[in-house]
Design a protein around this ligand. Structure first.
Ligand SMILES: *Cc1c(COP(=O)(O)O)cnc(C)c1O
Length: 401
């Protein structure tokens, strides 16, 4: 038996250090990191401001628990409130915990409103919300539920972008809707703007809550601080994690005062949640990412990257079917098996992440330069050229960079 529980299919490589968008393996090989620890390292590796924030706090106090005031929590909560729809924030250590807080809050809202029977969230096919018992039930994927006993009640699932199916699923037990504006693990699949708008309308008509899971799509990933900001729709509750900690474990549940009205003292908690180290880093991440120039940089470099990738999709339709996503939250919908492409890219020094629906995700640090984006495109091109069958006997077709 391996010393570490073998629940992960790990690549046989380990990294010694990172510099910006680059990871340096133990043997000295350099990799351009377009996985960013699954959309976590928003500011890349070894960002000076994050090092300063973390080491500065490390010399003062690491942990005190939530029995006391934690100044960094108030500071970060106030920032998030001023930047988003939210009136209040609960801090966690991970995405799944941010979802757990969101799910509990949605149920408690209805209980506090005198409707405890409204505990059911409508979720969407292809969703991923984490690996706890509640979040695997919410995600509804058999491969994650299998063998783990009775499925936690309180979730029903309908197809994405099918508003009639949503209407048909609303009943006496419905508490609200839980949705990723853009699915990450599901393969960079977008909920349409019209669909999200229709969900908001249904929520308002039926007194239901709209809960966004922006664990992967948030914190600048799409070129907006949160993906919802580009949709013209605001949620009642939103889960954030991944990028918000820049590599330090941190999550958050953001909510309106109304949605959070049931969450009174003693109703929820976490020993580590919002500890001083996490807060020091989270504040530094948000200070950086929320700057308009930073988000503009993301949109600009994303524009260049998307353009390069679209050309590859045109050039090698037998390898890449389409390019999906927004900002630096991108997916290559593949013709060839996605894991083959991901492995071939790794051999060319480019790290990416496979996703559902035969997609290879490109999730670079948001600080990548245009040169690094072009570098990634040329590495992808060389893999496409090698895998492309149409290329045989037509070597000139591969020369369009
Ligand atoms: C990663 C992810 C989660 C779970 O986050 P963990 O930190 O792994 O618990 C939940 N929702 C979405 C959309 C995610 O991408």
């Amino acid at each position: 038996m391996s010393p570490v529980l073998p629940t992960y299919a790990r690549a046989d490589i380990s990294f010694e250090r990172g510099e910006g968008a680059w990871l340096i393996a133990s043997n000295g090989d350099r990799y351009l990191d377009f996985g960013a620890g699954v959309a976590v390292n928003a500011l890349g590796h070894a960002h000076p401001k994050l090092i300063e924030a973390l080491t500065g706090q490390a010399q003062k106090v690491w942990h005190v628990s939530n029995l006391y005031q934690v100044e960094g929590q108030t500071k970060l909560a106030e920032k998030l409130i001023s930047l988003t729809f939210a009136d209040t924030v609960f801090f966690t250590n991970s995405g799944a915990e941010a979802l757990e807080a969101s799910i509990k809050m949605a149920r408690k809202y209805h209980a506090a409103s005198g409707n405890p029977e409204r505990y059911e969230l409508i979720t969407f096919e292809g969703a991923f919300h984490g690996r706890t018992l509640a979040t695997i039930a919410a995600g509804g994927q058999e491969k994650y539920l299998d063998g783990f006993g009775p499925r936690m009640p309180g979730f029903v699932q309908v197809p994405l972008n099918d508003i009639e199916a949503v209407k048909a699923a609303i009943g006496d037990n419905t508490a609200g809707f839980l949705i990723e504006p853009i699915q990450g693990e599901g393969g960079i699949r977008e909920a349409s703007k019209d669909f999200i708008k229709a969900l908001r309308k249904l929520a308002d008509e039926h007194g239901l809550l709209l809960v966004f899971d922006e664990v992967q799509s948030g914190v600048g990933r799409t070129g907006h601080l949160f993906a919802y900001m580009d949709l013209g729709v605001v949620p009642d509750i939103m889960a954030s994690a991944k990028g918000i900690g820049g590599g330090f474990p941190l999550g958050a549940c953001l909510a309106t005062a109304e949605a959070a009205k049931g969450m009174t003292p003693g109703t929820h908690g976490s020993t580590y949640g919002g500890n001083p180290l996490a807060m020091a880093v989270g504040n530094a991440v948000i200070d950086e990412v929320a700057q308009p120039e930073f988000l503009e940089h993301v949109r600009r470099v994303a524009g260049r990257l998307t353009q390069g990738l679209s050309m590859l999709a045109d050039e090698y339709p037998d390898v890449i079917e389409t390019v999906r996503g927004r900002g630096l939250f991108l997916g290559l919908k593949c013709k060839a098996p996605n894991t083959d492409i991901q492995k071939a890219l790794m051999a060319k020094g480019l790290l990416t992440v496979a996703a559902g629906d035969n997609v290879v995700r490109l999730l670079p640090p948001l600080i990548i330069s245009e040169d690094e984006a072009a570098d990634a495109v040329s590495r992808i091109e060389s893999v496409c050229a090698a895998l492309s069958q149409s290329r045989e006997g037509d070597a000139s077709g591969a020369a369009a960079t």
